[in-house]
Design a protein around this ligand. Structure first.
Ligand code: ZN
Length: 214
């Protein structure tokens, strides 16, 4: 199960329009990177301690993978990583996988244009929805629409439900609990569920754990 780090409810919240160019390119780029990383994991067995940039590929200094591929890595420190030697067979394979998967690039300056320079931007994908928090909402481009924190919380809940990561046990009457529209922006956020049969109300955390009113 993946844990959720909730976006801050103290900052201005926006949702990016799925029809905007930045959304389309970022989504494509994310999917390509994921396919790349998954294939590397299958081929070499590492993912966490791996980094790549401008046709360089490296393993984190001090990781198990670094020791395992020691002979194929250069000696120098590359931002806490060691790069694969260009003459190594791993480098050739990594480059071919990179070229196979990664074709879409999002310029970091495009993000600044869209969300404002030094605007404390935090972005989070919830399934296919892209949420952004910023310090100053006035700097955000028109392709991102202001939204309510509760909308974001429902999106997180719906996504976790859709991937089967929320387990809610049956009601004592045998009925099934379904989420209602009510959510509470408290710590941790709470979600209202109602039994389809006896209409019993039950408040739950994002993991499906029941929280009884105090
Ligand atoms: Zn019931």
């Amino acid at each position: 199960m993946s844990t959720v780090t909730f976006l801050s409810s103290e900052q201005a919240l926006f949702e990016m329009s799925p029809s905007s160019d930045l959304y389309i390119r970022t989504k494509k780029s994310n999917a390509e990177r994921l396919a790349f990383v998954l294939e590397i994991e299958k081929e070499f067995g590492f993912n966490d301690h791996f980094a790549y940039r401008d046709n360089h590929f490296g393993l984190e200094i001090g990781s198990e993978a670094e020791q395992q591929y020691e002979k194929s890595l250069t000696k120098g420190d590359w931002y806490g990583y060691r790069k694969f030697r260009k003459a190594s067979k791993e480098y050739k394979k990594l480059l071919s996988l990179y070229q196979k998967h990664c074709h879409t690039f999002v310029n970091p300056f495009d993000m600044m244009d869209a969300f404002g320079m030094n605007n404390g931007t935090v972005t989070q994908w919830i399934g296919d929805r892209w949420f952004i928090t910023v310090r100053d909402g006035l700097q955000v481009c028109a392709s991102a629409k202001p939204t309510h924190y509760e909308t974001y919380l429902r999106a997180v809940r719906d996504y976790k439900e859709s991937v089967g990561e929320i387990h809610v046990e049956k009601c004592v009457c045998g009925g099934t609990f379904k989420p209602t529209d009510r959510v509470w922006n408290v710590e941790p956020p709470l979600f209202e569920y109602m039994c389809e049969d006896c209409k019993t109300i039950s408040n739950r955390t994002i993991d499906g754990e029941e929280v009884r009113p105090r």
